[in-house]
Write a protein that binds this ligand. Structure first.
Ligand code: FA5
Length: 345
């Protein structure tokens, strides 16, 4: 029995030594130290021993169990340490590796120009007004001195939804709505940025959906001089301090007199080039003094109040500012185009 117990101890210690993971070690613990393990089995034969031998064998049995248990415990510590070490090695961060750069987006060039124009007018005391893109014929045309059947409606081919509702063809209906809200009381000083829709054929300078920014000022004693001064500040701010503007007579049913506003060519400085078609001037917007009929329809006394209004296409402004040759670049979202306007290239 003594030999059996010692052989068992040797065998168990060898297996413990060979175990290279905690699961195998636990299996050895269950196999050798469990209630029905071999030490217990061997000690069952103690009944056949003399009274003298029995306590000796009992003590030896405990000794073998103790040796196996402490060997398992020691090995467990070693294996646990190894496991922690392995985990630490796997989680090691190499701080010398180059970082991964985060790709940031950038503001769309059109948004940038719209916000720049907004900021300029806000700094001159204007507030920003908005209106619906699906608009009533009344605000888009009638309240702007364009009754049904007026030939000037052909200037803006429209997408009609019903006979009285259409996609707005310009941002001027926001003028009409704002004036109506003011109930004949000045002053009014707003700009209205927003999307507009026209049945124009798409080409390098036209789109069926584009952006406009409208400006409207109504107060006592507002004159054409105020309009010209305001637009001069705008042109210099957008295109450079050397720029000049000129007004050419034009026609809009909602303004009288009406003008087209040109800026001196920013590409040739006014000398004449292929962009300004040799004239030295580039058209940037339409404007005029608010027609008395429009003031009266919105409830303003046209003898007391006068006003000016203007409307521009920020796509065309951005094209001139950044030398963009096709309006469709704004809408196709080609990353190669957009990336050129990133501040973190
Ligand atoms: C108007 O829409 C008037 N409502 C502007 C106005 C407001 C005049 C207040 C007087 C007082 P016009 O149709 O010219 O005007 O358009 C204004 C600007 O929109 C043009 O100068 C141009 O820059 C831009 N625009 C017009 N049609 C298109 C188009 N199809 N695609 C891109 N931009 C366009």
């Amino acid at each position: 029995m003594e030999q059996q117990l010692k052989a068992l101890q040797t065998e168990a210690l060898q297996k413990i030594e060979a175990a290279d993971n905690l699961k195998d070690l636990n299996d050895i613990r269950v196999a050798y130290l469990g209630k029905k393990g071999p030490v217990t089995e061997i000690l069952k034969g103690m009944g056949k021993l003399s009274a003298e031998e029995r306590p000796k064998m009992g003590a030896l049995g405990n000794e073998v169990r103790g040796a196996i248990a402490s060997s398992i415990e020691a090995k467990q510590t070693v294996l646990e340490q190894a496991e922690i070490q392995k985990q630490l090695e796997n989680e090691t961060i190499d701080v010398t590796l180059p970082g991964r750069s985060v790709k940031t987006g950038c503001q769309h060039p059109l948004t940038r120009v719209v916000e720049e124009i907004e900021d300029l007018f806000i700094s001159m005391g204007y507030t920003v007004a908005e209106g619906p893109e699906v608009e009533k014929d009344y605000y888009n045309f009638e309240a702007l001195n364009l009754p049904k059947g007026h030939p000037a409606r052909d200037m803006q081919d429209s997408f009609y939804i019903t006979e009285d509702i259409l996609m707005r063809t310009h941002t001027s209906p926001v003028q009409a709505r704002t004036m109506e809200k003011h109930k004949g009381q000045g002053p009014v000083k707003i700009i209205c940025p927003g999307k507009v829709y026209r049945r124009d054929n798409d080409d390098a300078t036209h789109s069926h959906q584009f952006t406009q920014i409208e400006g409207l000022v109504i107060d006592e004693n507002i004159s054409m001089g105020d309009l010209k001064g305001t637009l001069e500040v705008f042109a210099k701010k957008m295109f450079g301090e050397d720029r000049e503007i000129r007004l050419r007579p034009s026609f809009f049913p909602f303004t009288e007199p009406s003008v087209e506003v040109d800026v001196s060519c920013m590409f040739c400085g006014g000398e004449g080039c292929n962009i300004c078609k040799g004239t030295g001037w580039i058209e940037i917007l339409g404007a005029g003094m608010v027609h008395p009929n429009v003031l009266e329809m919105a409830g303003f006394d046209s003898k007391k109040y006068t006003g000016f209004a203007f409307g521009m296409g920020p796509e065309r402004i951005a094209m001139l500012k950044y030398g963009i040759d096709d309006i469709r670049h704004f809408y196709t979202n080609d990353v190669r185009f957009l990336k050129q306007f990133s501040v973190h290239q």
